[in-house]
Design a protein. Structure first.
Length: 600
């Protein structure tokens, strides 16, 4: 790409989950002319893996670039979920402006609040795009008023409160400055970005300084560094120094320099201050470190990366069904896969244990770790994981635990139930805002361990209508133990295949997680007991065949629908003495060790 000097704009797109961020990027890409006339344009082009497309969320930040009126616009699509908030913060440090997307119907939501606060703290002046105005029963002007209220509440300065805003539809592919104007394309948005986002500050005559913001990996190039050139000029093949966190220097060479051209990375000869580039040549690197001129190495201020708050044990599968469904089942294969993940997943930590078959894996939250588990099982890995546990720290001789800020958006009728359920989990209410649409926003400070298993309760309490968002707040002195209200579980008494007859006979004991015809083994959890204790039952028993017909033989018996145990639900559900067996084909809950269990 060739652009005029200073004709660069670096912008991040931020929004609440499902407010149309990735769809809007699709529209900007398709209208910028980066695709050939005969080239098929994919949907959600920035969501590059299956999980992102299925869940409708962006997990990893991605870069793309377009040229509009001879101006290079670097666009960074950022995650919208708090478990990937560390990605958001780093990206905001790489750009000079941001595009805040708000659903015209829903207005700013909890996750919008989290990311917007980070942007305002960095002094960015957002451009607001009111999206989905082509839907029925929307009032975009009210959405603008709500955004302004949120800006004021978050402490925005006068300049930030005087934000430019546009209306439009990412799906419809148009933007316009007001509701009366007609528009058929995204040109007003491109113009607004060029006009309101300042060009990057940097001096290409100074010594090279590039800050590492994102890490990637290629089988051909090895570790790939992505970052913004803050000062100087970087050239392909040049010598450079890596300034580590502790201030030590490592000399190396830029073996490959890549620029962003639409959805592709293309090799370039040089880039100057203000550009966002990718490069290879350094292996032992961390987020926030600086690539600098070898003659005058000067470090940029370090970027803080979110520390893990949850950990779980990954274990080689040793259940009776081990090795029957997975392609990668050994401890060596599990170790290699986890170490490969460390090359790009900067918020992840992997530690060896005293057993070669167990690995301690720490991450930012249940979703962060759940995405890793789901990705691995789709790749053919078979293993077991333990219940997530919070990571405690000792600060000033006091045992401290991670505390989260939790924001709930719920129907008014569910407010009391949510407050009661969080009260048992030692949550402290900070704020409550009632809106005119029959919904209430609740804000809490809650221990991270209080959120383990809460999402399922929350969905049931709000009948699926609640929205939940949380982010790490700080470490505080441990609040002590709190009561767990989960009932006991139903456990298979023997190995075999579950039968309708046996499941029907024990149906009054609780709710099942399985259907008739499911292969089970001794110690496998097949349901939840109606009572507090665990209970072993025989669900493989078959009906004795006779030539006698009962009076009710003509009646059609049915079983209640089993609880569907998705990966996320299972991770929240399992207890400290239980494991989750994960294979490409199945998710099974089992007891970690044998103990005396009541039987009948």
């Amino acid at each position: 790409m060739s652009v005029k000097d200073n004709s660069i704009r670096n912008i991040a797109i931020i929004a609440h989950v499902d407010h149309g961020k990735t769809t809007l990027v699709d529209a900007l890409l398709s209208q910028s002319g980066i695709f050939r006339d005969n080239e098929a344009i994919p949907n959600c082009v920035m969501d590059s893996n299956d999980l992102e497309r299925e869940r409708g969320i962006t997990i990893l930040s991605k870069n793309t670039a377009v040229i509009f009126n001879e101006t290079l616009i670097n666009i960074v699509d950022t995650p919208g979920h708090a478990d990937f908030g560390g990605e958001v913060e780093r990206v905001l440090g790489m750009v000079d402006g941001c595009l805040l997307i708000v659903d015209a119907n829903e207005g700013p939501m909890p996750q919008t609040r989290f990311v917007l606060k980070k942007a305002l703290e960095k002094g960015l002046r957002p451009i607001v795009f009111i999206n989905k105005i082509d839907r029925s029963r929307v009032d975009p002007e009210i959405a603008v008023d709500k955004v302004l209220d949120l800006f004021i509440e978050l402490g925005a300065d006068d300049d930030q409160c005087d934000f430019p805003y546009l209306f439009g539809s990412g799906l419809g592919g148009f933007a316009k400055p007001d509701m009366k104007t007609e528009s058929q394309n995204m040109k007003p948005l491109f113009d607004s970005i060029i006009r309101h986002v300042p060009p990057p500050v940097g001096d290409k005559s100074k010594p090279l300084q590039l800050q590492i913001t994102t890490l990637d990996y290629s089988d051909f190039l090895g570790r790939i560094i992505i970052g913004r050139v803050h000062n100087g000029i970087i050239k392909n093949g040049q010598k450079a120094s890596l300034i580590k966190e502790d201030g030590t220097l490592k000399k190396g060479k830029i073996s490959k320099l890549l620029g962003f051209d639409g959805l592709q990375r293309k090799e370039i000869n040089e880039a100057y201050a203000g550009n966002i580039v990718a490069l290879a040549g350094f292996d032992d690197v961390n987020i926030g470190e600086t690539i600098a001129c070898p003659d005058e190495p000067q470090a940029l201020p370090l970027i803080k990366v979110d520390e893990p708050t949850l950990r779980m044990t990954f274990v080689v599968n040793d259940s009776p069904f081990a090795g029957k469904e997975g392609k990668f089942v050994t401890s060596r294969q599990l170790r290699e896969r986890l170490n490969k993940e460390l090359l790009t997943n900067v918020a992840l930590r992997v530690e060896e244990t005293d057993s070669p078959d167990k690995f301690l894996v720490s991450g930012r939250g249940e979703l962060h770790l759940g995405i890793l588990i789901e990705t691995m099982r789709r790749e053919g890995y078979e293993f077991q994981v333990s219940q997530p546990q919070v990571i405690y720290r000792t600060i000033d001789d006091t045992l401290c635990e991670p505390i989260e800020t939790l924001v709930l958006d719920v129907p008014e009728l569910s407010v009391g139930t949510c407050i009661e359920k969080l009260g048992v989990r030692k949550a402290e209410m900070q704020n409550m805002i009632n809106s005119n649409d029959g919904r209430t926003q609740l804000e809490f400070i809650v221990p991270s361990r209080g959120l383990i298993g809460f999402r399922g309760e929350f969905i049931r309490a709000t009948k699926g209508e609640g929205i939940m968002s949380h982010s790490f707040f700080e470490y505080r002195a441990s609040v002590g133990e709190f009561e767990s209200r989960r009932n006991g579980v139903l456990i298979s008494f023997e190995e075999g295949v579950s039968t309708f007859y046996a499941l029907k006979n024990a149906e009054d004991r609780g709710q099942y997680f399985i259907k008739p015809g499911t292969k089970v083994y001794k110690g496998m959890i097949i349901g939840e007991n109606n009572r507090q204790q665990d209970l072993e039952i025989n669900i493989c028993k078959t009906k004795q065949l006779t030539n006698m017909r009962s009076a009710g033989a003509e009646e059609l018996d049915t079983l209640q629908s089993p609880i569907e145990m998705t990966l996320e639900r299972a991770l929240e559900y399992i207890g400290p003495d239980e494991m989750l067996e994960v294979t490409p084909e199945s998710i099974r809950l089992r007891k970690l060790f044998r103990k005396k269990i009541s039987k009948k």
